[in-house]
Design a protein around this ligand. Sequence first.
Ligand code: PLP
Length: 397
Amino acid sequence: ASIFSAIAMAPRDPILGITEAFNADTNPAKINLGVGVYYDDNGKVPLLECVQKAEAKLMEQPTPRTYLPIEGLGAYDKAVQELVFGADSAVIQEKRAVTVQALGGTGALKIGADFLKRFAPDSQVYISDPSWENHRALFESAGFTVNNYAYYDAATHGVNFEGMLAALKAMPEGAIVVLHACCHNPTGAELNADQWGQVIEVVRANNLIPFLDMAYQGFGDGIAEDGAVVRRFTATPGPLLVSNSFSKSFSLYGERVGALSVVASTAEEAARLLSQLKRIVRTNYSNPPTHGGKVVATVLSTPELRQLWEDELAGMRVRIKQMRDELVKKLAEKAPGSDFEFVRKQVGMFSYSGLTKEQVEKLRAESIYAVDTGRICVAALNSKNIDRVVDAIAKVL
Ligand code: PLP
């Protein structure tokens, strides 16, 4: 027998299973609400006009595909910092922030996790209950023990803030706490500004290490609004890691464009951190790919394209909100006695709909696919499919 013969099958990705079942369904009216992707009103993944124009501009003067620096394209890293921290940020002016281009938000989280394991090896990681399903696996694969902190309150469909705060207060000094900077995946439940203030206070008072994951900047209330938590953290002394992604906000899923930024206390410390981040990148994939980073840097640094992007992103954000409104309104008509008002308060691409596993299974018989937890992707709803979804939900309630 070879050394491979005893290797067991790895567990399947639960969301992948939904996609497989969806793909195998021959009903032409099938609807997949299980995805983590933004679809437009025609049910298509958009190719943004700002991206097409940037690509056309880049092709006017094609450049050879040499290796990028280990930390990625300089213009990209600079544009990321300005977007994430704000162009007038003190951490940029004081050269206390370092940024490395990463393979999407996932790649950014992995670089950050490997970095933390090297320099805070005895810390444990805390993620929200529930969280994006890859958070746990990512930090475990970096060698950490991963725990949950209270987050979602099924009774209110909002945040169990008392539970969350108590969990933060009980964490040992040096614990790594992963926070969704905006648009919580999978619940859509958000902290308000006052609650964030209390979170920041406890994180700093107890010397926790905050790791903000911002995969949906611009999908909640706006680019600056969604980044506000990052800026509030940088206004307080202490370490900070921020992963961000352009997969959703630029609809560039397959290009793998994201970044990890780390805030240090001095420029000198920042230089040391960057040297260590580069070592991690170097031993993983050496340097990032060119295309996606160039497209994003071009859009962000060209005023007309930047404006176009902001408009297109606003279009996606507004359409999601419209779908939330329609869903609530139509469910109130079709399922009197039910109360889905909370869906309007949830923020970002997802909603914990409150549907049970049994109800989700019944929806599947109607060729409507959602996650067992009741998570639905609001961005998969559109003016053509929403009535069918509402009718089906009303039927299973
Ligand atoms: N973090 C969260 C909370 C996400 O929801 C996602 C993607 O769904 C990511 C990170 C990863 O983003 P990317 O696809 O850019 O790797």
